[in-house]
Design a protein around this ligand. Structure first.
Ligand SMILES: NC(=O)c1ccc[n+]([C@@H]2O[C@H](COP(=O)([O-])OP(=O)(O)OC[C@H]3O[C@@H](n4cnc5c(N)ncnc54)[C@H](OP(=O)(O)O)[C@@H]3O)[C@@H](O)[C@H]2O)c1
Length: 329
């Protein structure tokens, strides 16, 4: 099998691969200087109340960004914590429940009313469920949070000119995916986003599939926005294995074991935030797009991410789904 497509289709394989990457780190030329700052730039980070997102928001606040934490919990204490840790007062919070399209739309309209222009967007929020779970709108919950919310949010931000492709410096859009997107999973457009029953054992496979959709969306966005006039920078990453709250929904018997493995072998969120912070701040990334970092290594994503037909079809299926749910773009 081509290395771009090696698979992580079980929790065991994914954890083992994550431990290996952390134990045997590779050298990188992707290094940030203290002078690589984003003073005055507006940065929105989803899921920044905890884990990786909290670390990314803290580091970007330290580098001078005006931070908007788009979160569904931790208001106001997590914002205050970042203000204290970074010494930057320009940190504020906005509520969003990403499993609800209405909540995403409300956030976009509030940002518009406040005349916000986003220079750097970090779509970080994500989740792993214990098994298949249905969101309020009838979609598979992991699909709704890990993929569709980003598709909807980014498109609305562009439509309402909250992200302005003509702005300089060129807006940077950073998608937090996962190496688990290298999954062998046929995209079924007839059941796209619909809940399919799956057990805890299949969760990583479905999680990987939804991250694959995210990578396909990122490449298609690059095709649509970065080719003509080089207007948006789209970056995708896997942070590597992170000792965060990501396993919070795992079966209770597994939780203590996972916690121990995570604590012993996984990276701290601060360390794991490096690729996102690099994409956001590095002058070397100016004018670049369609770059994928796994930890700090530049790689190709799975082959499926680059197939143009996948990009077109996933985009069309997502638009159609939003229409059917009464939230057309
Ligand atoms: N941990 C890893 O080893 C690992 C590896 C590869 C990729 N990733 C990716 O890294 C990103 C961050 O995850 P993490 O490891 O930091 O996990 P985490 O500690 O569980 O943080 C996840 C964040 O997403 C938010 N979120 C989840 N569902 C949401 C919803 N419906 N609406 C709004 N916010 C929601 C959470 O908010 P609440 O706290 O309010 O629930 C939290 O802020 C995810 O995209 C994950 O897939 C993680």
């Amino acid at each position: 099998m081509c290395p771009n497509n090696k698979q992580f289709d079980s929790t065991f394989k994914a954890t083992l691969a994550g431990v290996k990457d952390v134990l045997f780190p590779k050298k990188t030329d992707k290094i940030l200087q203290d002078t690589d700052r984003i003073d005055g730039q507006t940065v929105l980070v989803t899921g920044s109340n905890t884990g990786l997102g909290f670390a990314i928001a803290t580091k970007l606040a330290k580098r001078g960004g005006n931070i908007i934490m788009a979160v569904r919990s931790g208001i106001p204490e997590k914002g205050q914590e970042i203000q204290q840790l970074s010494g930057n007062k320009n940190v504020r919070m906005e509520f969003v429940e990403l499993a609800k399209l209405q909540s995403i739309q409300d956030l976009v309209l509030r940002l518009k009313a406040q005349n916000v222009t986003i220079d750097i967007l970090v779509c970080n929020a994500g989740m792993v469920s214990a098994g298949s779970k249905v969101a309020d709108n009838g979609l598979d919950l992991m699909f709704a949070v890990n993929y569709l919310s980003t598709f909807y949010f980014v498109n609305l931000l562009l439509q309402h000119q909250i992200i302005k492709p003509k702005n300089r410096p060129r807006p940077r859009l950073i998608f937090v995916a996962s190496e688990s997107h290298r999954v062998n999973f046929p995209i079924d457009y007839t059941t796209f986003g619909q809940p399919v029953p799956y057990s805890a054992a299949k969760v990583v496979k479905f999680y990987g599939y939804y991250k694959l959709l995210l990578t396909i969306f990122g490449v298609e966005l690059h095709r649509r926005y970065a080719n003509e006039g080089n207007d948006l920078s789209i970056f995708t990453l896997c942070p590597g294995a992170v000792h965060s709250d990501i396993s919070r929904n795992s079966p209770s018997v597994l939780k203590p074991i996972l916690w121990l493995v995570f604590k012993a072998f996984f990276q701290t969120p601060t360390k794991a935030s490096r690729p996102a912070v690099y994409f956001a701040c590095s002058p070397k990334m100016e004018g670049q797009s369609n770059v994928y970092l796994h930890i700090m290594q530049e790689k190709l994503m799975a082959d499926a991410a680059y197939v143009e037909e996948n990009g077109k079809k996933v985009w069309a299926a997502s638009e159609q789904l939003l229409k059917e749910l009464g939230s057309p773009l």
